[in-house]
Design a protein around this ligand. Sequence first.
Ligand code: AMP
Ligand code: MG
Length: 344
Amino acid sequence: MKKTLVCKIDKDNIDIDKIQEFGKILRDGGTVIFPTETVYGLGANALDEKAAKKIYEAKGRPSDNPLIVHISDKEEIHKIATGIDDRVYKVMDNFWPGPITIVLKKKAVVPSITSGNLDTVAVRMPSHPIALSLIKESGVFVAGPSANISGRPSPTDEQNVYEEMDSRVDGIILGGDSNVGLESTVLDLTGDIPTILRPGGVTLEDLSEILGEVVIDPGILEKNENIIAKAPGMKYTHYAPNAEVFIVKKDDNYVDKINKLVDEKVEQGKKVGIMCINKNKDKYKGEVIGLGDDLNEVAYNLFKTLREMDKKGVDIIYSEEFEKSGIGQAIMNRLTKAAGYKFV
Ligand code: AMP
Ligand code: MG
């Protein structure tokens, strides 16, 4: 058990003295949880092997799953990565600071604990003002995976991050909700064709517009023993609440199908939760939670709702299926993993 320094900081009126205190913890090799626009991150000095190791310990994360290195200034990318070509500049110019991570060949300063033994490094400049200020004040490169225990949904709000991670890290900055709600897009620019290794806040459509041909790594769309996802993290169980999750295919009679399933399970003594688009909320029985009016709201609420379902003590969650365009690709990727690929 660690004594954790916990502090609320207002992102619109940043208390720089407090940020400097947390920055010092990072500089001294400690761990600090901080808000970003995607999800909360669990930070440590990415170039300090001992510090980076603490991240894996705090999360219970497998050590072959590499960490994203966060920077507060685009120029810093040159210190840790090579192969920075026109495509990299285009992505940085259009989307940084923001929810996209770029995978490039790494420089020797990046230890293998941070790169998960790969010869590449994942880099992102977040847009959240607290994240940017913390990275800058720390004076170090900040490795920062999602601040959850490995396998659990990523935390996107103060209460959940505090409940799960207090006394596991040296510091926690509470800075309100993450407004994207899903992790960054991971884009591999080491090969000839830009490849999305994880769908996220910046969509395939956004990227194709500036880069031309962009492909999605086939390993992340379906469970296929023969295809191995290129982002090591994609192979692990992820985003899973305690309840068993099923995605209900959106065919002609999905509403009836869900209600029939709810009846069956309730009969068996189970508590059932439903996740749906807001306009369908009144159509279902059981513990119904509307995820939002549109896909952006669904992204924002998805992880929080999975955790809320756990708090309600539901045994089974049925979720509506969402269209796979725009941010819907990332939503369905997380949902499919939370469901362990189970569709009904
Ligand atoms: P997290 O920071 O927990 O949201 O996870 C980071 C994601 O980026 C995981 O899916 C990692 O496997 C992936 N990732 C990080 N570094 C690399 C890399 N060098 N090559 C490919 N994927 C990476
Ligand atoms: Mg994660």
